[in-house]
Design a protein around this ligand. Structure first.
Ligand SMILES: [Zn+2]
Length: 410
């Protein structure tokens, strides 16, 4: 048993009165975010005039600002109280990401964004009763979800940390962030290299191929209703009706991709103890317009994320190799680097004459390189004399590495 963090998304069915309450909370959270961000910027420019280059944004500053806002705007008192504090925590996180990791500067939130949300802290005051969840100050809301999720949410071993309530494409959801024990997958002592691509979604080093997730029909319908929507008067009854259908197809597409990704990542983490992949520079790939469209269709980044966290949950080894490693150009048979290789799907090695399927060859190289990296990692632990870590590594890695360890320990 291992305790992991999970985000459980359930669909909420608020009645009309409850919709008003949720929208008030959403609106207040957005208002607070925008006001705090604006306040920070104004203070910062004042600081700059006086020669300061940085202005720290911390809890105390934002708390003071929030209390001032609450005095000025009485409607903020209608909010669930922890939700507004959550806003400045999120804003601080957002600034930290900007300063430390070079993410984008925090943006103002627009009312027109189809995604809206607010977050509340659970202080042991979120209750469940059959198919109803009761939030503090907000009240009871009917919800629906899978048996599995219901079991986790109702379990005494589950700790709910916070909940994000969101509206997306006209529907309401709650995402419960929980800590919950899971039963881990068994060890299989099998390893795999995976080549991700746009034509074939995943090629495994055991020569299995996983076709890309087909959302052609969904995309066609989305385009069709997008065109219809453009011809209607915004706000009219017909517009709203078409918008519902347009959203329905968008949701269908998202769900299809999500389900397929969950299945793939589940199976990989279940059947392999060592999973090696290329570290794709997904941000760079998005800048390339030609492939950014097909990337959004398959959502490679979120697939990698899912594989990664499922490996962590199950104590499986996940190794990402450098994207500079010539996985496609290297001949898996003799090690020759074929610099002249272009986009060919198959090729013959000029040195040893071996016929290669491009993706299978790449996946085999990825496995080999990943295993080398893992070996190095284990050897470093070995040289450090950290025997408990070695034992843990031994217990959690693939057979090939296990054999190597037995060999070196003699
Ligand atoms: Zn060769």
């Amino acid at each position: 048993m291992k305790v992991v963090n999970k985000g459980l998304e359930v669909r909420l069915y608020p009645d009309e009165d409850m919709v008003q309450v949720l929208e008030q909370n959403i609106g207040n959270a957005r208002f607070t975010w925008n006001r705090l961000l604006d306040g920070y910027q104004k203070t910062y420019s004042l600081f700059k005039q006086h020669g300061y280059t940085t202005l720290k944004c911390n809890m105390a500053t934002f708390n003071t600002m929030l209390n001032m806002l609450k005095k000025e705007y009485s409607f903020l008192r209608l909010s669930e109280s922890s939700s507004l504090q959550q806003v400045f925590r999120d804003l601080i996180n957002s600034f930290n990401k900007f300063f430390k990791k070079g993410s984008g500067y925090p943006r103002f939130k627009s009312k027109r964004n189809p995604k809206q949300s607010f977050r509340i802290q659970n202080n042991n005051n979120i209750k469940f009763k059959n198919n109803v969840v009761v939030f503090p100050k907000i009240g009871p809301i009917y919800f629906r979800t899978s048996k599995e999720y219901k079991k986790i949410l109702n379990s005494n071993d589950t700790k709910i940390n916070n909940v994000t309530i969101k509206r997306h494409n006209g529907k309401y959801y709650a995402v419960f962030n929980v800590e919950t024990p899971i039963e881990m997958f068994d060890k299989t002592f099998e390893s795999v290299g995976i080549d991700l691509g746009l034509r074939t979604l995943a090629t495994l080093s055991n020569e299995l191929k996983k076709a890309k997730i087909d959302v052609t029909h969904e995309n066609e319908m989305i385009k069709k209703y997008q065109r219809k929507l453009a011809r209607k008067k915004p706000g009219s009854k017909r517009y709203k009706k078409t918008q519902q259908t347009y959203w329905k197809w968008q949701d269908k597409k998202t769900n299809k991709i999500k389900d397929a990704q969950h299945k793939i990542s589940h199976n990989l983490a279940k059947y392999y103890d060592l999973i090696c992949m290329e570290n794709l520079d997904i941000k760079k790939m998005f800048e390339n317009k030609n492939i950014s469209n097909s990337l959004q269709n398959t959502g490679l980044a979120s697939l990698v994320d899912k594989i990664k966290y499922k490996c962590q949950w199950n104590d499986k080894e996940f190794i990402q190799i450098s994207r500079w490693f010539p996985s496609s150009k290297k001949c898996h048979n003799c090690g020759y680097i074929h610099h002249n290789l272009k986009d060919e799907k198959t090729w013959n090695c000029p040195k040893c004459g071996k016929h290669h399927d491009r993706d299978i060859n790449a996946s085999k190289n990825i496995l080999q390189e990943g295993t080398r990296i893992l070996r190095e990692k284990i050897m470093n632990l070995w040289y450090r004399g950290d025997s408990t870590v070695i034992l843990e590594a031994l217990a959690s890695t693939a057979r090939e590495v296990r054999i190597l360890e037995v060999y070196t320990s003699r």
